[in-house]
Design a protein around this ligand. Structure first.
Ligand SMILES: Nc1ncnc2c1ncn2[C@@H]1O[C@H](COP(=O)(O)OP(=O)(O)O)[C@@H](O)[C@H]1O
Ligand SMILES: CC(C)(COP(=O)(O)O)[C@@H](O)C(=O)NCCC(=O)O
Length: 387
């Protein structure tokens, strides 16, 4: 954690805090939420200081996550905190429509009736791909220290030149994977996808290791050794490399391939090793498909998002190495600190209220009220409302 700011959600009940503009992204696995909170005492009305007719309200974007299978807990939480019907109505700043929130992801369709029934609110649907792109563009362009490469176990934060951002490939690894060629704000095309994604890792991992939580599975993979199960080039070539086609003896020739010849039951393998092979197989595969799509369109930058990544060192390393290996160093894999919140942020920007500058990040909050919550960075920003 970069900062020790601990934000307990009981603060939401503080009389000086104003919550507004909740946006949700309801995916196949997880519900992601973003909301804006301002401190009334600190909010600023720039109309007094400059000639602009815009009202600027400083505050913070907060991030929350629930499992989609626990949608009812999520609705109870929104209801108990009245997250959906708080509006900011001072300094000439309009309240959000009390009965409508921006929503994206498949669940915006699937659960629309449930939101209406339990909370009395309508979901204003924002297209999922469009939200991913708006969220990514917002993060890359407006939030400092957001994008980074992962090389030799090191995060290297990149200052992205706005004039040299497009085109890029956005690879969102959620339950499934979408690959989107981004050419500008609102200019994009979904060029590919694969059903072998985060849901595959978690689903197969659960079956094969009997693991109870995604985080445990990731932790297991950290302790494992994939060479126990994967068939390496050296296993086939008597310990030698096959350099003529660019493969070292330690490269994986066949994921899970060793399990064929070894007369072993699943129980005889360490779950840690199984988890490691699985993570490597899926990350490698996504890295390779991403590279092939980058090659198709001559793209040099590939940004990876989605909650599958979870800031996990081994996942990012595998993806980075795959992209580097296949592109012979030509393409670059980049990751985003708010990786899992692209869709939710994109839906939030659809309120047309986010002022792109100034934004700062670096504070972290851990929300003790929500299980499984990652350490999600809050973002300080200004909202703007035109008169
Ligand atoms: N706490 C968690 N519970 C379930 N899956 C998780 C969790 N944390 C990370 N994941 C991973 O994130 C994936 C979902 O990513 P996400 O971007 O939220 O996609 P979706 O929009 O499909 O829900 C899961 O398939 C899993 O691989
Ligand atoms: C259907 C989806 C866009 C839904 O998004 P998700 O909830 O997985 O984030 C995604 O799962 C996907 O792109 N799947 C891959 C389908 C394919 O191209 O084969």
């Amino acid at each position: 954690m970069e900062d020790s700011t601990i934000q307990d959600l009981t603060l939401l009940n503080s009389p000086v805090d104003q919550i507004s503009h909740l946006a949700v992204d309801i995916g196949g696995s997880l519900i992601k939420m973003v909301y804006f909170s301002t401190n009334r005492e600190k909010s600023v009305d720039k109309t007094q200081n400059n000639s602009s007719k815009d009202n600027l309200l400083s505050g913070r974007l907060y991030f929350l996550m629930f499992e989609t299978s626990k949608i009812n807990e999520c609705l109870d939480f929104i209801s108990s905190k009245q997250l959906h019907c708080r509006g900011v109505q001072h300094h000439g700043f309009p309240a959000s429509d009390k009965n409508t929130i921006k929503a994206t992801g498949g669940g915006a369709f699937k659960f629309a009736d449930l939101f209406k029934e339990k909370l009395g609110i309508s979901l204003d649907k924002v297209d999922e791909m469009s939200s991913l792109v708006s969220g990514a563009n917002f993060l890359i362009k407006s939030v400092p220290s957001e994008a980074f490469t992962y090389v030799n176990g090191q995060r290297n934060y990149e200052q992205i030149d706005h004039n040299d951002l497009y085109p890029y490939l956005l690879v969102n690894i959620g339950s499934g994977v979408s690959m989107i060629k981004v050419d500008g704000d609102g200019k994009y095309e979904r060029v590919s996808g694969t059903s072998v994604g985060g849901g595959t890792f978690w689903g197969l991992g659960k079956l094969l290791t009997k693991c109870k939580s995604f985080d445990d599975l990731l932790e297991m993979s950290h302790q494992g050794n994939n060479r126990v199960i994967d068939m390496l080039v050296g296993d086939i070539y008597g310990g030698s490399d096959y350099l003529k086609i660019g493969l070292t003896s330690t490269a994986i020739a066949s994921s899970f391939g060793k399990a064929v010849s070894e007369d072993k039951e699943l129980e005889e393998y360490r779950p840690e090793d199984v988890a490691r092979s699985l993570l490597r197989m899926i990350s490698n595969n996504i890295g390779q498909i991403a590279y092939l799509n980058a090659l198709r369109f001559g793209l040099k930058k590939i940004f990876f998002g989605g909650f599958f990544i979870r800031g996990h060192a081994y996942t990012m390393d595998t993806i980075s190495v795959a992209v580097d290996f296949w592109s012979k160093g030509e393409a670059k894999a980049m990751f985003l600190r708010h990786e899992g919140f692209l869709g939710a942020l994109g839906a939030f920007t659809n309120y047309q209220l986010v002022e792109e500058f100034p934004c700062t990040a670096g504070h972290y909050n851990r929300n003790p009220l929500v299980e499984d919550l990652n350490d999600n960075g809050i973002i300080e920003c200004c909202l703007r409302a035109s008169n």
